[in-house]
Write a protein that binds this ligand. Structure first.
Ligand SMILES: Nc1nc2[nH]c(I)nc2c(=O)[nH]1
Length: 270
């Protein structure tokens, strides 16, 4: 009900969400969109916020207040330019059960708002024991282990350069030490078993998470250039010798804030 009825026609829903955002932010179009995953929230604090729109006032988005905090969409200035980025206020995970249309609505709204690219960030588990919690990793490609597609009907989309090599080169100019990895999206909400983590490794993944892959496919289908950035907040189950506590995951994300915030700001300014 409510937000999801709007999503019965995904294209029209994205257009009406983009229209509301244009009216409320005063920006007829935005140049790029940012989806902030766990640990990436502080990135926007360094940016100049020009307008805020509560997520539950944008068609197709629900905004469960998390601890009283109502998620907002932010229109921010990119560096000192007059280009603007749209920081999406809410992200829907597949595990919420709202369906793939809700998962893809954010990037479709970004495309309808005039964005030419989207930076998808997330918190994830790392399979490489050399990864340290709090380390950002460039996503070079993904394994979609959800068994789903955000696309419906005969919409065949080429995914050869899904995670833009051009944008990854830009990111490496900003930080040459950035590692790259293949991201495997599991449906969640449960974490992987050690055997599933080993399986993902055998299949070529070095990052495991519960988001991003479906959003990236929908973004590409909508014509957006895509950059994916993971924050390894924990070593995936079975990697390393002790189960990480949630507190350590939160702490790793908080400590990484300044570094990944600067990285994101510099990448989008290029
Ligand atoms: N699937 C999966 N998702 C995650 N999100 C975070 I933060 N850590 C993990 C993890 O270890 N596995």
């Amino acid at each position: 009900g409510g937000a999801d009825d709007v999503l019965a026609d995904p294209v029209r829903a994205a257009e009406s969400a983009a229209r509301v955002l244009a009216e409320r932010t005063g920006a007829e179009r935005h140049d790029l969109a940012l989806v902030l995953g766990s640990g990436w929230g502080t990135a926007v604090e360094a940016m100049e916020v020009l307008a805020e729109v509560p997520a539950d006032e944008v068609p197709g988005f629900t905004a469960p207040a998390v601890a009283g905090h109502v998620p907002v969409f932010r229109s921010v200035r990119i560096g000192s330019s007059d280009r603007r980025a749209l920081v999406l206020g809410s992200r829907t995970h597949l595990y919420e059960g709202r369906g793939v249309r809700a998962v893809a609505h954010g990037v479709r709204t970004a495309a309808a708002a005039g964005c030419r690219g989207v930076v998808l960030t997330n918190g994830c588990g790392g399979l490489d024991p050399a990864y340290s919690p709090g380390q950002p990793v460039l996503i070079s490609d993904h394994l979609n282990l959800t068994g789903r597609s955000p696309l419906e009907g005969a919409t065949f989309v080429d995914l050869t350069d899904l995670y833009s090599r051009r944008w990854r080169d830009v990111a490496r100019e900003v930080d040459a030490s950035l590692a790259e990895g293949v991201y495997a999206q599991f449906p969640g909400p449960h974490y992987e078993t050690p055997a599933e983590v080993r399986m993902a490794g055998v299949l070529g993944a070095s990052l495991v998470g519960m988001s991003t892959a479906l959003e990236a496919i929908a973004a590409r289908a909508a014509g957006l250039e895509v950059l994916g950035l993971s924050l390894v907040t924990n070593l995936a189950a079975g990697v390393g010798d002790q189960p990480l506590s949630h507190e350590e995951v939160v702490e790793a994300g908080r400590e990484a804030g300044p570094r990944i915030g600067a990285l994101l700001a510099q990448v989008v300014e290029r």
